[in-house]
Design a protein around this ligand. Structure first.
Ligand SMILES: NC(=O)c1ccc[n+]([C@@H]2O[C@H](COP(=O)([O-])OP(=O)(O)OC[C@H]3O[C@@H](n4cnc5c(N)ncnc54)[C@H](O)[C@@H]3O)[C@@H](O)[C@H]2O)c1
Length: 349
């Protein structure tokens, strides 16, 4: 069974979600797009696992494919790597009527999306997410970016995909720690906008993952449709991320993104309680622990504050925090940066 979720942003596109549909990707594209060349970007872990299935299916459906495979990991998410992919498209004479395709996790999705945004001033691209994080978050919504030495995701563009094609069976080959990192984002969706989802995922291993992913995608779709260019409500998706990014950065990226966000969600809940909201720290921390994440911050309030101040999301002297008002209902609270420092000190950081 294939579930279809439609996103109506600056481009309207479908997200097709199935369990076991990867070998039918060619047919799905044939129903939507004219025959063309598809430039596939993937990494050296994902391509050996799924590259053949995808290329064979696309070619059987009448598409020509060219593949560019890069080393896996965040260190590949650079302008140089994007240039490498663009050069591959130039050599393969990819034109504006052709397409790029991201086969991989968030790193590949962000890079292929950015290359597609800038090559020939923009060509269509398809997301085939293969990590839980990419499935529920990065493949939907059109944010693309690469890292530069000054920081992560500092160069990028908004460029919505033409299609997102997800086979949840591909998640079965993920390292357990990579899968777990994705669950931090799943828990996040529950806390920010859906109490029922929070309750469902509160018990690891008791729910249908494909259904949970579909619900997360619907939430992301709703947020993106309401605020495609991240000027307001889309900020809710940063729940746990202000503190999480600071922890990730201070650790020199030895604490993974998901683990850092998990810690950040608990800090945000503690801060919310000091701010005067109901205290949901216990419930959120319990779920986070049940997924095997560590809790607490190895860094002091002052250390976190220094990093938060240098974060690109700060506007003027104020910081906007995403705080849970209820489980399933977060709000954006703008406050002076110094207030954030005080609140962190009050919770004992
Ligand atoms: N654009 C957005 O809106 C957005 C949102 C959140 C995160 N991001 C970005 O996403 C990136 C993180 O994404 P990620 O966590 O998917 O990391 P990733 O793409 O690096 O994937 C993690 C690891 O899993 C491997 N892998 C991927 N799929 C696999 C599979 N099916 N089986 C086995 N191994 C597999 C990869 O090779 C890699 O080693 C970051 O760069 C972050 O900035 C973007």
């Amino acid at each position: 069974m294939t579930t279809r979720i439609t996103v109506k942003a600056s481009g309207t596109y479908d997200i097709l979600l199935s369990k076991g549909g990867l070998s039918r990707i060619g047919q799905a594209l044939k129903e939507r797009f004219k025959p063309c060349t598809i430039a596939i970007l993937s990494d050296d872990k994902v391509f050996p696992l799924y590259g053949k299935t995808v290329t064979q299916s696309l070619e059987a459906a009448g598409f020509k494919t060219v593949c560019h495979v890069i080393p896996n990991g965040e260190q590949s998410k650079t302008l140089d790597s994007v240039t490498g992919f663009i050069n591959c498209m130039v050599q393969s004479q990819v034109t504006r009527t052709d397409m790029a395709l991201a086969l991989g996790g968030g790193v590949i999705g962000d890079m292929a999306g950015f290359a597609a945004a800038i090559y020939l001033r923009g060509i269509p691209y398809i997301q085939v997410p293969t990590t839980l994080l990419a499935a529920v978050d990065s493949s939907v919504g059109g944010k693309t970016a690469v890292d530069i030495s000054a920081g992560k995701n500092l160069v990028g563009a908004f460029h919505q995909p033409a299609l997102v094609y997800l086979d949840t069976d591909t998640l079965s080959t993920l390292d357990p720690s990579v899968l777990r990192d994705g669950f931090a984002e799943v828990i996040k969706y529950g806390v920010i906008l859906d109490r029922k989802l929070f309750d469902t995922v509160a018990k690891p291993g008791t729910f249908d993952l494909t259904e949970v992913i579909a619900r997360c995608i619907e939430i992301k779709r709703d947020v993106v449709e309401a605020d495609e260019f991240d000027r307001g409500m889309r900020g809710l998706l940063n729940y746990g991320h202000t503190f999480g990014h600071a922890i990730e950065k201070l650790s020199g990226f030895t604490i993974t993104h998901g683990s850092a966000v998990a810690r950040g969600m608990i800090i945000a809940a503690q801060v919310a309680a000091k701010y005067g909201f109901t205290d949901y720290t216990g419930q959120i921390a319990q779920v986070v622990k049940d997924y095997g994440f560590e809790t607490g911050s190895p860094y002091s309030a002052q250390e976190l504050y220094n990093v938060i101040l240098s974060d690109k999301k700060r506007s003027g002297g104020d910081i906007t925090l995403v705080l849970p008002k209820e489980l399933g209902q977060c709000t954006l609270e703008k406050m002076p940066a110094t207030r954030v420092l005080e609140l962190m000190k009050e919770i004992g950081l």
